[in-house]
Design a protein around this ligand. Structure first.
Ligand code: GLN
Length: 484
């Protein structure tokens, strides 16, 4: 095979089948890619030893296209016996005692899980700059961020260090880095993928998602991890689906795509992004879709409602990290109250502490009505409006991000502007619907940009079909960053 590093999952699977390469050789090859190429990007917190990766394959009971194809896992998804740090000092030493359901399913088909991907601390951020350990760079320009919070998961796939990775998406954390790194990133319908073993940030919004370099690979990986799981009370009663069956390169006849006009008036959308989106619309029109421009005011509330709901849930979820049951322990503390204070003030980074404070305030008596309850009311209205809109159109098309990847530190003095990064993404999490980001072109600064499709509950098949049809008409997904 001429280029293993950037080969697709199907190509690698074919090479394994024809015995051109062995699983062991593939594991060694990709592990070595990390040693030689990850220095400038720093996408991985850890790459495991080849022996221990191979040991993980002993749990395999079935064969699939993913058998033998290495991937990297965001460090908030538990892999038994491995550290699961959430890129936080708080969990720096925490070893998972069990496998997340997604990990169990991937191990069952013998997918080698070769390491842990860097991320924003506890998945809170849009740049991977809040990791307690180090920052990850964007392979397309190492002076820029890869996006976040699944920045490590995106950077490694974009740099050809591994063909697929898992991330998590609470308010855009799979789709935004996908857009910044020229990848396909899918955020499934809430409940389609089990959250058992995913360390919670905001439980009612969290979903595990997939990052790959093309749509077919995305469908392959997603098909392995979906399906009901009795250990997650919010898991939907759906059977395992093979999403590749939808990828015929065409759009379904009569497909109606909605363009949310008010979203295009949002603050801070760069002209390049508008122009690229116009081109995407033209491709869909040419492929036979009917484009309908509509107004969806619910979009405009996404970032604000997300801000409240995510902080409130984060404050509750992170209360358990007190250094007693879990987490960092300051051995110098003299009293019980010092234990709590020291452990939490030293164990958590600034962004996490800020969110816990805001969340507790939003939930406190006297304020909960005004903040948390109002946010939940608007959230319910948002879902109503989205469902109504899906009676008129099959899918919604919009940008994933208002701009291309930004420079490190660009938003250090403007947190609000950073939070507005979530404008296009948060509404899918708040309404529970699926969404994906697909490579769509490059900005004037030569940074990749994706477009986003959203669909009604459990429309992953249609989303992937429409994304694949676009991909077949364009070359963006074949572009590679220099130097990798
Ligand atoms: N950027 C968003 C935030 O900082 C999204 C995070 C996520 O999806 N985990 O909250």
């Amino acid at each position: 095979m001429k280029d293993l590093a950037f080969a697709s999952i199907s190509e690698l699977a074919e090479a394994l089948k024809q015995k051109k390469i062995s699983v062991s050789e593939l594991i060694t090859f990709f592990s070595e890619r990390f040693s030689t190429q990850d220095g400038s990007v720093k996408s991985a917190l850890e790459i495991f030893s080849v022996e221990s990766i191979e040991k993980g394959l002993e749990k395999a009971t079935q064969v699939s296209v993913l058998s033998g194809i290495p991937g990297l896992i965001k460090d908030n998804i538990c892999q038994q016996g491995r550290i699961t740090s959430c890129a936080s000092k708080m969990l720096e030493q925490y070893r998972a005692s069990y496998d997340a359901t997604v990990i169990e399913r991937l191990k069952a088909v013998g997918a080698p899980l070769i390491g842990r991907a860097n991320m924003d601390e506890f998945a809170m951020g849009s740049s991977t700059e809040t990791s307690a350990f180090f920052k990850t760079a964007n392979p397309w320009d190492v002076s820029r961020v890869p996006g976040g919070s699944s920045g490590g998961s995106a950077a490694c796939v974009a740099a050809g260090l591994v063909p697929w990775s898992l991330g998590s998406d609470t308010g855009g954390s799979v789709r935004q880095p996908a857009s910044f790194c020229n990848l396909v990133g899918v955020k499934p319908t809430y409940g389609l993928v089990s959250r058992y073993g995913l360390i919670a940030y905001a439980s009612s919004l969290d979903q595990i998602g997939v990052l790959t370099r093309n749509v077919y690979d995305s469908a392959l990986v997603l098909s392995e991890i979906v399906g009901h799981d009795a250990r997650d009370a919010t898991s939907l009663r759906v059977k395992k689906i093979d999403y590749t069956q939808y990828l015929n390169g065409k759009l379904p006849a009569g497909l109606k795509i909605g363009i949310v006009t008010n979203a295009f008036q949002a603050e801070g959308i760069e002209d390049d992004v508008r122009k690229i989106l116009d081109d995407v619309v033209a491709v869909y029109e040419k492929s036979g879709a009917t484009i309908k421009r509509l107004s969806l005011p619910a979009m405009d509330y996404g970032a604000a409602v997300y801000f409240m709901v995510s902080r409130a849930e984060a404050a509750s979820n992170l209360a358990r990290f007190d250094g007693i049951r879990y987490g960092y322990r300051d051995t110098q503390a003299q009293t019980l109250s010092d234990v709590y204070i020291h452990d939490r003030s030293k164990g958590f980074g600034a962004e996490v502490k800020r969110r816990i404070l805001i969340g507790n305030y939003a939930l406190s008596s006297g304020h909960a009505e005004a903040y948390y309850q109002s946010a939940k009311t608007v959230q319910a209205l948002m879902r109503e409006q989205f469902l109504q809109t899906f009676k008129e159109v099959d899918l919604l098309l919009m940008p994933t991000t208002p701009s291309g990847a930004f420079k490190f530190g660009a938003f250090d003095n403007d947190r609000l502007k950073m939070d507005l990064q979530d404008y296009f993404n948060a509404s899918a999490n708040l309404t529970g619907i699926p969404a994906l980001s697909v490579p769509a072109g490059f900005t004037a600064e030569s940074m990749p940009i994706g477009f986003q499709l959203m669909g009604p509950d459990l429309s992953e098949g249609l989303l992937l079909q429409a994304a694949y049809a676009y991909e077949q008409q364009t070359q963006w997904h074949t572009m590679r960053p220099n130097g990798f």
